[in-house]
Write a protein that binds this ligand. Structure first.
Ligand code: SIN
Length: 289
């Protein structure tokens, strides 16, 4: 590993963190992800608990809450502590709740949601700030169906200052039709231009904001140059294990991730077994460089 990457890891992993008093936070890796215990999400959170969950979220980007027994309303109420929930158009919903994204795979599935590195909803003008997936059923085989999460702050910081400066001048198109390749897409999917490197609105830290799930091309480059540059960035995320953590689900696990500085990848290694979860997506603001 080169010196730039080592320095970036040292900086991120070595950041001083104040202790927690109301919750316990066990990091999954020094770079991304933490398991949070000592909180029952079916009950109202105290101000102190909520403040510590918010801090843990900004420090770790992906929070895993185990053994939670939530109704849909309790799941949504936890989401609303962080912002308004995104409602899907009625023609796109599975079930009858526009705020609930059903994540379902079974022996009849021909694809599963999120089976590539991506960030939820980046084709929207105002992409979501975070998602909360509550998994109720995991594969009966007893293993499989994990989700990988990668830290996009570190992805930027591993690049040379020259490359960071170059990327800082670029914008990219995010196209809602990309995940529908080979299928009939619904009408009126969004298509939006965002900076390639943006600032996290709460921490001010730089974060890489292109993903293979939605980004079609870089506006200022030729088609070939754009493809080469995007491939280089997508390849970094796919090949660099230090960027990511792996969440192993059990029934009644809720994971809350920050879409402003992470990407994730669902692993479909359990076919023909079933997996079922419900996700709420919290609205965010237009990303700024
Ligand atoms: C998603 O992309 O939101 C789905 C993630 C998962 O199923 O683990």
């Amino acid at each position: 590993m080169d010196q730039l990457a080592l320095k970036a890891i040292e900086r991120i992993a070595g950041q001083a963190r104040a202790p927690y008093h109301c919750i316990a936070v066990d990091r999954l890796t020094p770079i991304i992800g933490a398991e949070v215990s000592g909180v029952d999400l079916s009950q109202p959170l105290s101000d102190e608990q909520l403040a510590e969950v918010r801090r843990a979220f900004l420090e770790n980007h992906v929070l895993v809450f185990r053994d939670q027994h939530l109704t849909v309303e309790q799941h949504k109420a936890f989401g609303r502590l962080f912002g308004e929930l995104r409602a899907l158009p009625v023609e796109d919903i599975d079930g009858d709740d526009p705020e609930l994204v059903v994540i379902r795979a079974n022996a009849q599935s021909r694809f599963v949601a999120g089976e590539t590195w991506h960030t939820d909803g980046t084709a929207d003008l105002e992409p979501s700030m975070g998602s909360m997936l509550y998994v109720k059923e995991t594969p009966a085989i007893g293993t499989g169906g994990d989700t990988l999460f990668a830290n996009m702050h570190l992805a930027v910081e591993m690049l040379s200052p020259t490359m960071q400066q170059f990327l800082g001048e670029l914008t990219a198109i995010h196209d809602g039709e990309i995940p529908w390749k080979g299928f009939q897409p619904p009408a009126n999917l969004p298509k939006t231009e965002h900076p390639v490197v943006v600032r996290h609105p709460e921490t001010g830290r730089k974060t890489l904001f292109v993903n293979s799930g939605f980004t079609s091309h870089i506006v200022q480059l030729s088609g070939g140059e754009s493809q080469m540059l995007l491939n280089m960035l997508f390849d970094l995320i796919a090949r660099e294990p230090i960027l990511s953590c792996r969440v192993r689900w059990a029934p009644n696990t809720l994971v809350f991730w920050d879409n402003r500085c992470t990407q994730h990848h669902a692993v479909w290694d359990y076919f023909p077994h079933s997996r079922y979860g419900e996700r709420v997506t919290i609205l965010g603001k237009q990303p700024k460089s």
